[in-house]
Design a protein around this ligand. Structure first.
Ligand code: AAL
Length: 443
């Protein structure tokens, strides 16, 4: 049977096709190295739709998207760092610049552990560096109370004879909570002796629906600089941000008592790539330290295997470990950013919670767990290349350090006391958490 020509379709199709053409957007550009020379064979990845291409011999590339929204573009080639552009509008002259990657001291040590065995991890037994802590309970409003879950405290700072700390806060039995850091707000407390604390209430709350911090704000740190106060914290837009791709948000205030003003955009995001990279899944535990006239944002990265065949959870941890997480650092001229991730990332091979303080002309850190160098104290002359200096006994969990003046001689001046947190496991119920105090034990 002969089919009748469908005139309506014949009329509509070209219109639809032309409409799509109108909607389709072109992103084009060039990838250069830091000397301004074209980079051939660099990957260009459009995060929102997964479109990927490779630069030609002139470093040129082109990608199309079916909608008119801005896009996240990631540029990469082996031997270079990942560079990403957020909220890039369609354009024909997008210039991506690739910086050569460098191996940090911790990455070189990790390579040597892989080659020579994990029994080659050396922790010097040095009295000047070895540390030991003792833990005690807080009093007042922050005395342990199963009704409330208070966790991941910030550093403690002293402002006009009062100590201040900020922390993640939630009601333990909130039925909608999927983890202790889900559906959190940032609360703060003050004290005159560092032992008895008064809960002052909310400092920074979750954002309105649709915002990058709508689901939870948690795991915060405080920076006092230029007469202002800056809170950095993890922010989750939705449930995925609780376990995977979160961002780091920031709020600032003229007084530690607020009011706090949120920045419109996050200051840090994971490296949005499907390749294995130490922070391709999440950026956690942000902590900003003023250093050499700049602001160093240290953070813990988490790696996710995503589409990488054969990769095991946590991206193939070494030394038979179940989990390995590493830290990165991003540097800015101003506290509010923009923060640029270091070419030396990752800067540790172990990690979890970030505990960092300036000492002499360099930077000291505590490494807690999740890697081959747990319970160590480390030092770096330049803020990137950390070496193991000694061991740590009774390390506090998720410690917020009391911010003391920088010492030229005593590496422990930045860890004399502070606050940490404890998980109280209750079988068959939601576990709760409380904040405790830790003190350095002088030997
Ligand atoms: C902690 C931190 C981050 C994680 C979660 C809450 O140990 O590393 O803050 O997102 O667990």
């Amino acid at each position: 049977m002969k089919r009748k020509p469908n005139f309506r379709l014949a009329l509509v199709m070209p219109v639809l096709w032309a409409g799509q053409l109108l909607l389709a957007q072109n992103f084009k550009g060039v990838v250069l190295n830091t000397e301004g020379k074209p980079v051939e064979g660099a990957e260009v990845y459009m995060v929102e739709n997964g479109a990927t291409t490779t630069t030609d011999s002139r470093g040129m590339w082109a990608l199309t998207s079916a909608d008119q929204n801005t896009k996240t573009l990631v540029f990469h080639k082996d031997g270079y760092t990942y560079e990403q552009m957020l909220k890039q509008a369609p354009d024909a002259d997008i210039v991506g610049t690739l910086r050569k990657a460098q191996k940090s001291a911790a990455t070189l040590r990790e390579e040597s552990y892989i080659k020579n065995g994990c029994n080659t991890v050396k922790v010097p037994n040095d009295k000047k560096w070895n540390v030991k802590f003792k833990i005690s309970e807080l009093k007042g409003d922050l005395a342990p109370d199963p009704k409330y879950t208070r966790r991941d405290p910030s550093a403690v700072i002293k402002v006009k004879n009062k100590y201040y700390m900020w922390y993640s806060y939630s009601i333990t039995n909130d039925a909608n909570k999927t983890a202790p850091w889900d559906l959190n707000d940032l609360y703060y407390a003050t004290s005159t002796d560092g032992i008895t604390w008064k809960e002052e209430g909310i400092a920074v709350g979750r954002g309105v629906p649709g915002s990058y911090d709508a689901r939870s704000v948690f795991t915060t740190e405080i920076l006092a600089a230029n007469g202002k106060y800056y809170l950095v914290y993890q922010a989750a837009a939705d449930l995925d941000g609780i376990y995977n791709r979160n961002v780091v948000g920031m709020s600032w205030a003229n007084s530690p008592d607020g009011p706090w003003t949120k920045l419109e955009q996050p200051v840090l995001t994971p490296t949005y790539t499907n390749h294995l990279f130490f922070d391709n899944n999440a950026v956690h535990d942000p902590c900003i330290v003023p250093y050499q006239g700049k602001f160093y944002l240290y953070y813990k990265g988490e790696c996710n295997c995503r589409d990488n065949a054969g990769c095991v959870r946590w991206c193939n941890p070494i030394c038979g470990l179940k989990k390995q997480v590493k830290w990165g650092v991003a540097i800015a001229d101003k506290p509010t950013g923009p923060y640029v991730k270091s070419v030396k990332n990752p800067i540790t091979n172990t990690g979890h919670e970030v505990m960092v303080w300036p000492f002499a002309k360099g930077m000291a850190i505590l490494q807690h767990q999740d890697g081959p160098e747990p319970k160590t104290i480390q030092f770096s002359e330049n803020g990137f290349d950390f070496n193991i200096m000694g061991g740590v006994e009774n390390i506090p969990e998720a410690a917020g350090l009391f911010r003391a003046p920088v010492s030229k001689k005593n590496p422990h001046a930045g860890i004399t006391w502070g606050v940490g947190h404890k998980l109280n496991f209750v079988k068959g119920q939601k576990s709760w958490m409380n904040i405790y105090r830790f003190d350095l034990v002088k030997e």
